[in-house]
Design a protein. Structure first.
Length: 174
């Protein structure tokens, strides 16, 4: 079932393990993609995963672009990744700020691999691969975790790495 809002932390559907997409271009699949895009854009997000709208399917969208939530994000075309598999290209863990449409009001520093390769199927089911580094790699790893029922707070090193969004906005103000 597709929700009209992004599910919030505490909703058990966020802790489900997503299963692979097997039928592409079904009405359910297309409806899910369209809801994901709408809710990501209305929330000024740079990514979203199907479990966040209550659909336990392996679909994520990565859409790095500068927004008021991520003013320094690089511009890249919105990419739909189905059934993604992650390969680590650079195992260096880099801490950076993350937020989540399912966890409003706070930000935290999260360690992520610096560079990755992702093998996935596009919205037509065709096999693709993409290499990502830095912020887009971070966004993907964040969304990929949602497919495993994880949120970014599960990845932080210390509760001291969590801040209120209002304090985060002061930190990034130049
Ligand atoms: Ni998230």
């Amino acid at each position: 079932m597709t929700e009209n809002t992004v599910l919030q932390l505490g909703n058990p559907l966020l802790r489900q393990i997503a299963t692979p997409v097997t039928v592409f271009n079904s009405p359910e699949f297309l409806d899910c993609l369209s809801s994901m895009q709408t809710l990501m854009e209305s929330g000024n997000g740079v990514g979203i995963a199907a479990p966040q709208i209550g659909v336990a399917m392996q679909i994520v969208i990565v859409a790095s672009r500068p927004t008021n939530r991520y003013p320094d994000a690089p511009e890249m075309p919105a990419t739909i990744l189905c059934n993604p598999q992650l390969e680590i290209l650079n195992p260096t863990l880099v801490k950076g700020w993350e937020g989540c449409l399912s966890v409003p009001g706070i930000r935290a520093l999260v360690p992520r691999y610096q560079a990755i390769r992702v093998r996935f199927q596009d919205r037509e089911g065709k096999s693709q691969q993409i290499d990502l580094k830095d912020f887009p790699a971070r966004v993907f790893q964040h969304e990929f975790d949602h497919l495993q029922g994880l949120v970014y707070l599960d990845r932080i090193e210390s509760s001291r790495d969590i801040v209120a969004e209002s304090e985060y906005l002061k930190l990034i103000a130049h």
